[in-house]
Design a protein around this ligand. Sequence first.
Ligand code: SF4
Length: 319
Amino acid sequence: MRPGAAVEDFRAPLFIAWQLTNSCAGRCPTCCEDSGPNHGWPDELTRDEALRVAREIAGAGIPYAAFGGGEPLGVPHVWEIFDTLSAAGTSIKIETDGRYVDAAAAARMARLRVDNAQISVDGARAGTHERLRPGSASFDQATGALRHLSAHGVPAELVFTPTRHNLAEMADAFDLAVELGCSAFVTGPLMRLGRAAADWQTLAPDPDAWAEATTDLRARAAGRRDAPTRLSIYPHDIEREIADRLASPQAMMLIVPNGRVKLLNALPFAPGDLRRQTLLQAWSRYQQAWRSAEVADFIHRCRGAPELLRHANETWPVG
Ligand code: SF4
């Protein structure tokens, strides 16, 4: 195997995904993390602990960190983390509902190494978006945030989560992304995780309807080749994603709100703990865990029993 092809070849992760909190204002039925108001974990990292982790990421020279949640921009010390990483040359990606992204926040991101910011807009019309994202940022807040980002030169990506209730608006939502100046329109099959898994029968689009909607979406995007908005359709469902990752784990480490280190958000295994270990010690445990029989067995069983993914948001030890 050529160097760089196996996760063991890397002395540190290339990419950190960091869920800073499980708290947010939304009660979205599609939320794969089961986040919401009062859903913050009681043991989330404190400001001092989170900044220590940020300094470790910076010190290890990790090139890329993506922030999600819950709502990462609702965490009081999030800008200190961004400042620490930016100063060290780590590029930042932010997944947010957009409520905190006004002109000043967009300007601040433009001064940092923010590679892109993703904001969910789950309909081409306000009523559809707001029915699917109760409590989350309104349609005006989410689209306004995308406008602010584009105006300040921060690549802004509109993320569309498909359900049987909004699929008919997906191609129109692409036009909306173009109008807002977005750098990308991002979608993919609904992930059978968290609340989406619990309500799968009422939310998940029929596979044929999804295939038809993606054909329409591709045609719409092809007709807008003059626009700067790239179309990105993730090709795999979550069962295929975890099987692919087992075959070829990425040099990507996920940190959840209490500092535990997980293999993927779809898997309950948490081999590391940044409260007790350094980043590089946790990385070593992460690498070993991907090769454990326990993890492989769980992933194989998920193929025939996808309901096992209901455990995705738990944190199990490995070995
Ligand atoms: S999808 Fe986002 S806004 Fe909605 S509940 Fe989940 S984390 Fe909160």
